[in-house]
Design a protein around this ligand. Structure first.
Ligand SMILES: Nc1ncnc2c1ncn2[C@@H]1O[C@H](COP(=O)(O)OP(=O)(O)O)[C@@H](O)[C@H]1O
Ligand SMILES: [Mg+2]
Length: 236
């Protein structure tokens, strides 16, 4: 059986330059895979290429058997892919409620993740509905970025370094949220530098280096392999 997300030989980059030199990645339906790797290895480029922000030069991306490589972002979004971008991309002058209204209008989608359900999952956002983007803490901005993606009821959620810059208590909340959406059947690709978060939520890890995936392991295998972690990530 083919995995829900099936990426083969994906090559892409910017202005003709190559960043991804042939990425292979699989994710089972409802599973969580963490993509790890040092700065600059191409993790965000991988997310951007799957989402359609960057056009691939070559390769295949299938979602539940449907080819989406090279399609437009809106087509890929409607096929069921959602993204929580690196840096969160929250708009300073817009309130939380306005962000949610825009996301709900742009991606009307059926599924379990209604506005009410999302505010139940992320109660802090409900208390901040009238606050502007630039009045939110980093953690609140991250929760808003996640809420915005969930409103589209994606079948595949791509999260790009959601823990970046957040306090440890907020990082574990992000982990809880990821576990909860996955438990409802959403497939998750979690790009992280925070190994603790990655290993606390993901069943599988894939390590990128220089534009391709050079190591795959289960969570348990990777947790038990300090030498691999040191060699591939430079962490203990
Ligand atoms: N918009 C862009 N235009 C040109 N080069 C880029 C762009 N974004 C990233 N790059 C380059 O692509 C490489 C991989 O970057 P990126 O995918 O952001 O890595 P990571 O997310 O793993 O830190 C880097 O050399 C970076 O400078
Ligand atoms: Mg990045």
């Amino acid at each position: 059986m083919k995995p829900f997300l099936h990426v083969r030989g994906l090559r892409s980059g910017y202005a003709g330059g190559v960043v991804l030199s042939g990425v292979d990645l699989d994710a089972e339906e409802g599973g969580i895979i963490a993509v790890l790797g040092r700065n600059g290895v191409g993790k965000t480029t991988l997310i951007s290429t799957v989402m359609g922000f960057v056009r691939p030069y070559e390769g295949s991306v299938t979602l539940d058997g449907r080819e989406i490589a090279g399609a437009r972002v809106d087509v890929i979004a409607r096929a069921g892919v959602g993204v929580v971008p690196q840096g969160r991309r929250v708009f300073a002058p817009l309130t939380v409620a306005e962000h949610l209204a825009i996301a709900a209008r742009r991606r009307p989608a059926r599924g379990p993740w209604t506005r009410a359900r999302i505010l139940e999952l992320l109660p802090r956002l409900g208390e901040r509905l009238g606050h502007r983007g630039d009045e939110l803490s980093g953690g609140e901005q991250q929760m808003l970025a996640i809420a915005r993606a969930l409103l589209g009821n994606p079948r595949l959620l791509l999260l790009d370094e959601p823990s970046d810059g957040l306090a440890p208590a907020i990082v574990s909340q992000v982990g809880e949220v990821v576990r909860e959406v996955s438990a409802e059947g959403m497939t998750v690709v979690l790009v992280e530098q925070n190994l603790g978060l990655a290993l606390s939520v993901a069943e599988h890890v894939a390590v990128m280096r220089k534009g391709s995936i050079v190591h795959r392991a289960t969570r348990a295998e990777f947790a038990a392999a300090p030498e691999d972690r040191r060699r591939l990530l430079g962490v203990d």
